[in-house]
Design a protein around this ligand. Structure first.
Ligand code: MSP
Length: 515
């Protein structure tokens, strides 16, 4: 079986410093990457920055610096954020790197050779903020200003010579591909939007600009730079060494298992990107998943709206893992989600501190007192123990397939329910009343410790630092975490030493004010 997994985040515009929406995409991608890693996959996890185009050129001009210098600085803040978010990314690509520029020009050549590019003139609406062309019916007028209906960003009229990609030629092939690969675009509701957009008729796409210079030059034509989306999308293959499709990396990881993106950039990924690939004779990625938005006061966060939540501030105050847990749990995956400090505090207190932290602490303190700081030496499982342990065994394949369908909500519910069940088990079994039945007492402690191990393994993709801290109880290291062993009930060695790790998660003193 193919045990390679290639996941990507969108590459971010370094036009302003990162915000919570960027952090969200990256954290979710990291969750999948870590899950696959502990399931024995060889994982390639790519993120990076999208540095060309008019939007960046203008942002640099505003600051009066050279675009590359401007990008170097902000791209670094995205790189730093990937460390701060504890991302397990394999690579961080910048579109200003030579490896990428070469790839994009080679892809252009390929499209040209295949007669998918021609020179003409573009007259129409363009949004610099979205770096997107819009048809007349996609424009609204508000307070005398022309805006793109979908994003509400201002559009300007563009009238210039441009190279075009024969997108219309690929309309039928795309529709056929969507039909034959029903999971290619997810979630389903978004797939339907894409299909109706393509069914309504595709026009050829302008793929070069002449009126500014910040971009990758069109091969053999220095007057044009390549459209920033053709440039940016190519990152997914330039990182693997395209045009060398025979390289180890390319053969191993292409086609990508999943491009994780925000719903705002679905059209580029689900229409343009597959069309470019079809035209170049390159296999298509297996899945495009468009997640929802993180909302602040019911609106998408954006610089122009001034409602940006700074992930760094939240992390400084609450810690990284609580933020990761909160975003993964509270934003129902695939949908938009509002975030608030109050809900974040609730999550830390109820799920992390009460449910998980307390379970660990009271079990350890019991084991410390009654089993001399060791995993019990003699045990004898009865039905109640097997029942709670078997719930993991019997669900493991289901969990794998839920994750393959990006059902993060199922995964997190399973964990929360398991934590409730474990706390209930411990209470119901009343180990404190079993002092004169040491085998029973030992078995309850063993069972609970084993559940803590299993849940900590499952929590690792969500809250890696806290999970690793909990696993210190058993001296289990990161490279020993594996999903298969969740199905195993006798993983913990009888009589091994355990460590008292102290408080796992501190509770938050609640205050009422929202972020
Ligand atoms: N550069 C392009 C992507 C090119 S990919 C080949 C781009 N960059 S971006 O910085 O504007 O946004 C990138 C992604 O950040 C969005 O698609 C989305 O995944 C994420 N988010 C930005 N704002 C967001 C929210 N408010 N909520 C959730 N995610 C959003 O588009």
């Amino acid at each position: 079986m193919d045990k390679n997994f290639y996941i990507t985040t969108p590459i971010y515009y370094p036009s302003a410093k990162p915000h919570m929406g960027h952090a969200y995409s990256s954290i979710i991608a990291d969750f999948f990457a870590r899950f696959k890693k502990i399931d024995g996959y060889d994982v390639y996890f790519l993120t990076g920055t999208d540095e060309h185009g008019l939007k960046i050129q203008r942002a640099a001009e505003k600051k009066n610096v050279e675009p590359l210098k401007f990008c170097n600085e902000i791209s670094q803040t995205f790189k730093d954020l990937s460390k701060t978010l504890n991302l397990s990314n394999t690579d961080f690509i910048r579109t200003t790197e030579e490896r990428h520029k070469n790839s994009v020009q080679k892809l252009w050549n390929k499209l040209e050779q295949n007669d998918d590019i021609y020179l003409s003139k573009y007259s129409g609406w363009y949004s610099v903020s979205d770096e997107a062309f819009y048809n007349e019916d996609e424009i609204v007028e508000e307070n005398g200003k022309k805006l793109a209906k979908s994003s509400k960003s201002p559009v300007e009229w563009m009238d210039e010579e441009s190279f075009f990609f024969r997108l219309s030629k690929w309309e039928k092939s795309l529709l056929k591909y969507y039909k034959e690969n029903p999971n290619f675009i997810q979630p389903n509701a978004r797939k339907n939007e894409v299909i109706s957009f393509v069914e309504s008729g595709l026009k050829d796409l302008s793929i070069s600009r002449k009126s500014f210079s910040w971009g990758i030059k069109v091969p053999n034509n220095d007057n044009h730079v390549i459209y920033v989306w053709l440039d940016a999308l190519t990152n997914y293959i330039s990182a693997l060494g395209y045009p060398d499709t025979n390289s180890e990396l390319f053969k191993k990881f292409w086609p990508a298992s999943i491009h994780l993106i925000g719903k705002d950039i679905l059209r580029f990924h689900a229409v343009y990107w597959p069309a470019f690939l079809l035209a170049a004779g390159i296999e298509l990625p297996k899945k495009i998943y468009g997640h929802g938005w993180i909302l602040s006061d019911d609106e998408k966060m954006s610089k122009s709206k001034g409602n940006i939540l700074d992930p760094l501030e939240i992390i400084q105050k609450y810690g990284l893992d609580p933020l990761r847990y909160y975003l993964i749990k509270e934003v129902s995956f695939g949908n938009d989600g509002n975030i608030s400090k109050e809900r974040l505090e609730d999550c830390i207190n109820s799920d992390l501190a009460n449910n998980y932290g307390n379970l660990c602490q009271r079990t350890i303190s019991f084991a410390t007192k009654n089993c001399e700081n060791r995993i019990p030496k003699e045990i004898n499982f009865i039905d109640e123990d097997r029942l709670i342990l078997d719930n993991f065994t019997s669900n493991i394949d289901n969990i794998r397939s839920q994750i393959d369908n990006q059902n993060i909500n199922y995964y997190i519910d399973f964990i929360v329910n398991s934590l409730f069940a474990a706390n209930k088990y411990f209470n119901d079994q009343e180990p404190w009343k079993k002092k004169d039945d040491p085998i029973r007492l030992n078995t309850i402690i063993y069972t609970t410790l084993e559940i803590i191990r299993k849940i900590s393994f499952m929590l690792y993709p969500i809250i890696p630092e806290i999970s690793l801290k909990a696993l210190k109880i058993f001296n289990i290291k990161e490279d020993q975490i594996n999903l298969d062993s969740i199905a195993q009930h006798d993983y913990l060695n009888l009589g091994d030493k355990i460590n008292n790790i102290g408080i796992l998660i501190n509770k938050i003193e609640k205050n009422k004010e929202n972020v």
